[in-house]
Design a binder for this molecule. Sequence first.
Ligand code: ADP
Ligand code: MG
Length: 246
Amino acid sequence: MLDGRTADGAAISLRGLEKRFGSLAAVDDVSIDIESGEFLALLGPSGSGKSTILMSLAGFERPTKGQILIDGVDCTPLPPHKRNIGMVFQHYTLFPHLSVVENVAFPLKMRKVAKSERIRRAEAALKTVRLEGYGQRAPKQLSGGQQQRVALARAIVYNPRVLLMDEPLSALDKNLREEMQLEIKRLHSELGITVVFVTHDQGEALTMADRVAILKEGRLQQISPARELYERPANLFAASFIGEMN
Ligand code: ADP
Ligand code: MG
C-alpha cells in the first residue's frame, strides 16, 4: 500500500497524477490515497512539485494525466468552487478593502448563501480560530499571525471536507510559526477535517503530520508515518533530506 493504490474509501485519491509544463514534468505519475481525517504533509525541496499537486487538487491546475477523486467522486474536470475544498496560501491574500468578517464570509457569497446566514457562519468561523470580536476590523489592523488565522477561517467557513495549505506558515517568524502549528493541529482534531499540508521544512512535516510524502523532481519518493522516515528511509534522497533537519 506504499503507493496508495489499493485502499478503498479514501477521502482523496491521486491516481497517476501528471502535470507537464512543456517538456517539464512538474508532477510525474504520483499516486497517493489520503484517509478521511488524515493529516498528510507533502515535503520536498523547492521545485519538487508540491504546489502543483495542491493546485491540481484545488482545481486551479488541470492535470495532463491521471485522476483526482474526492470521496470517490472524480473531480478531475471540476472547477475549484465545485470541489468541497478550502485552501490557505503562504501569503494570506485577504481583501484589503473588506472587513475581517466580510473576508471570511466571501466564499459563502460566491456560493450564494443569504447575507444574515453568511455573517452568522463567518462569526462562528472567527470564533473557531479564536478571533471572536475582530470581525469589524480591517485586515491591516491585524498582526501577521492574526491575518493568517482569518485566512484559515475563510478556508473553513463552508465546512469543506478537505483543507489544503501551501506553506501557510513560512512567512511568519519562529514563535508565531510554532503557535500557528499548534493552532492548525487543534483545528484539525476539532473539525475532523482531512488536511494536506505543503512544507519544505522537515521538522514542521514531522511534528504536524500523521504521514509524510516526500517528493523530488515531481516524483513520490516515499510515503510513510513520520517515525518510519527516520527508521526506514526508502532511498538515499529520503535519508539525506530527512537527515538535513536541524
Ligand atoms: P514546489 O511547490 O515544490 O516548490 P512547484 O510545484 O511550484 O514546486 O513547481 C514544480 C516545477 O514546475 C518547478 O520546476 C516549477 O518551475 C515548474 N512550474 C510550476 N508552475 C509552472 C508554470 N505555471 N509554468 C511553468 N512551469 C511551472
Ligand atoms: Mg511551492
